[in-house]
Design a protein around this ligand. Structure first.
Ligand SMILES: [Zn+2]
Ligand SMILES: [Zn+2]
Length: 438
């Protein structure tokens, strides 16, 4: 463990409220880890930002008759307020649409061009004549070409976790019409160039979760595909020299881990780049974005000669289910964080989610009965009662002042030793569960 650390969580997309699923898989484990590192005298900073760009935000802001800037400003504040109410202690919460990030994204792109990792290619893109729009990513749904699952996004199959090269049976996700194909020029990142280097990096890094590593290496062995990194929309980071196009959200958003950390550190009078490269880097993610964090993100850093080092830890967590059913906002099966905290204190939820978190990719389940039992018997029954009785006894018997003790007998010394060793035992367990890969 280095004496410096930067911790990030997957960036919340600025297009809707934070729910229990988000905090269970990434924000709470990252927050607990940051607190643990700080208690162990690690100079640790927890950095996050709202993910502001992309088609869904552009379309939703149009519907609400707002500019995209106004729209994301609303969600940036709301997300931050909800996280704060849940006691998530970011050292800095910023946004991917910051000037610093826009400049950094363009800088990285220019360096990738210089290192010959980018090319232009004419592609056929779905276009909806009904909506008069190119339909990138989430705006085309269809059948996954790999696992044949229906009703999947064209940029991510939620069933098998892969990024389809071309979705089958396409439909416009806005109006349902069958889209037509139109020609356009896109920029591509030569992901294929990085297969060997990525494989080696995965092999050598002992801190990455073994279960995840294995299937990412299988993807690499079965052949990587060059990655389309631009979109024909107006809301995003403009491509240098070709400003009518913008970068795909997954090209720019993870660069905000770096640009946000560097801005925060530089503002504190610390050399941000030097700190980044001498720190342990943690990226906490949910298992749905493994592809982006184990392939795209490291490949891009390799492509700029590791000017900013690769991550040391990518803790990858499973999804939260609610009453054993998959959380779905569209089917209204979720609990908003803000609403939950109107009924229960933040510590109830923190205690419960930490106690059921498996530190692996396995899913975890929020169950109301289990929640009630754990809070009543463990948090209130055991911990709360101990504190309450000790304080109550002190008040009643000693007027609230703890008297000086008599000489310790064996039982006292035994109890004292147990209390003293608790912190170090706990520390070892925390290191094992959080920091060491399984
Ligand atoms: Zn699939
Ligand atoms: Zn349409």
């Amino acid at each position: 463990m280095r004496k410096r650390a930067i911790i990030t969580s997957a960036l919340p997309y600025a297009n809707g409220e934070i729910h229990l699923g988000h905090v269970a898989s990434t924000y709470l484990p990252a927050d607990v880890t940051t607190r643990f590192l700080k208690m162990n005298d690690v100079e640790a900073y927890y950095i996050c930002a709202s993910d502001d760009f992309g088609t869904p935000i552009m379309i939703q802001s149009e519907k609400e008759k707002k500019t995209p800037q106004e729209y994301v400003a609303h969600w940036n504040k709301r997300d931050y307020d909800d996280f704060t109410a849940f006691d998530i202690g970011f050292d800095f919460f910023y946004r991917t649409s910051s000037q610093e990030n826009i400049e950094f994204v363009r800088y990285v792109f220019n360096n990738l061009v210089k290192n010959d990792h980018i090319y232009k290619s004419e592609i056929i893109q779905f276009y909806c004549k009904n909506d008069n729009k190119f339909l990138p990513d989430r705006y085309v749904t269809g059948t996954c070409p790999y696992c044949k699952a229906d009703d999947q996004y064209s940029d991510l199959c939620e069933k098998c976790g892969r990024v389809p090269e071309e979705i089958e049976n396409p439909k416009c996700a806005i109006c349902g019409a069958v889209p037509v194909k139109e020609k356009t020029i896109h920029y591509f990142f030569k992901l294929k160039n990085f297969g060997d280097a990525l494989y080696k990096w995965l092999d050598e890094n002992q801190n990455l979760q073994k279960d995840v590593k294995k299937y990412v290496q299988n993807w690499i062995t079965s052949g990587l595909v060059d990655w389309d990194i631009t979109r024909d929309i107006s809301w995003g980071v403009p491509v240098p020299g070709d400003e009518s196009k913008v970068f795909y959200g997954w090209f720019d958003n993870h660069l905000a881990y770096i640009s946000t950390a560097v801005k925060f550190l530089n503002d504190k009078g610390i050399d941000g780049k030097e700190f980044w490269n001498s720190a342990d880097i943690y990226h906490f993610i949910g298992k749905d974005i493994v592809y982006h964090h184990y392939l795209f993100l490291p490949a891009m850093r390799l492509g700029i000669d590791q000017e900013y080092k690769l991550p040391d830890f990518i803790p990858t967590r499973g999804h939260l289910t609610l009453q054993s059913k998959k959380i779905s906002k569209s089917r209204n099966w979720y609990i908003g964080l803000k609403e939950f905290l109107e009924f229960y204190p933040a510590d109830y939820l923190r205690f419960y989610l930490v106690s059921i978190n498996p530190y692996s990719q396995d899913d975890l389940n929020f169950d109301w009965d289990d929640f009630a039992v754990r809070i009543n018997s463990e948090l209130i029954g055991n911990l709360g009662n101990l504190v309450n009785r000790a304080l109550g006894f002190t008040k009643k018997t000693f007027d609230g002042i703890i008297p000086s003790p008599d000489d310790y007998d064996d039982k006292d010394r035994d109890a004292e030793a147990k209390i003293m060793s608790l912190a170090s035992e706990l520390s070892v367990l925390m290191s094992q569960t959080i920091l060491i890969a399984h």
